[in-house]
Write a protein that binds this ligand. Structure first.
Ligand SMILES: [Zn+2]
Length: 74
């Protein structure tokens, strides 16, 4: 089982308080506990993911620019 990439600090508030939240049966997003910021909801990439969409959601989260303050961007 490949290890998942680490979550970068929240692009909205800079805290390391984010975790992957399941959106539905085949997708997930990253949610920040500190500021309630959300990353984009991403779909499952393979059948072997423990949490479907987890890997894609982490990638999307880590790509986020710190400058963006717009939480409604999804
Ligand atoms: Zn945050």
């Amino acid at each position: 089982m490949a290890r998942l990439p680490k979550l970068k600090p929240c692009p909205f508030c800079g805290e390391r308080d984010a975790f992957v939240e399941r959106a539905d049966f085949s997708s997930a997003y990253v949610f920040c506990n500190s500021c309630s910021g959300k990353g984009p909801t991403e779909c499952q990439e393979s059948d072997y993911e423990e949490t479907p969409g987890e890997r894609a959601a982490i990638h999307a989260w880590n790509k986020r620019k710190r400058a963006s303050k717009n939480k409604e961007a999804v």
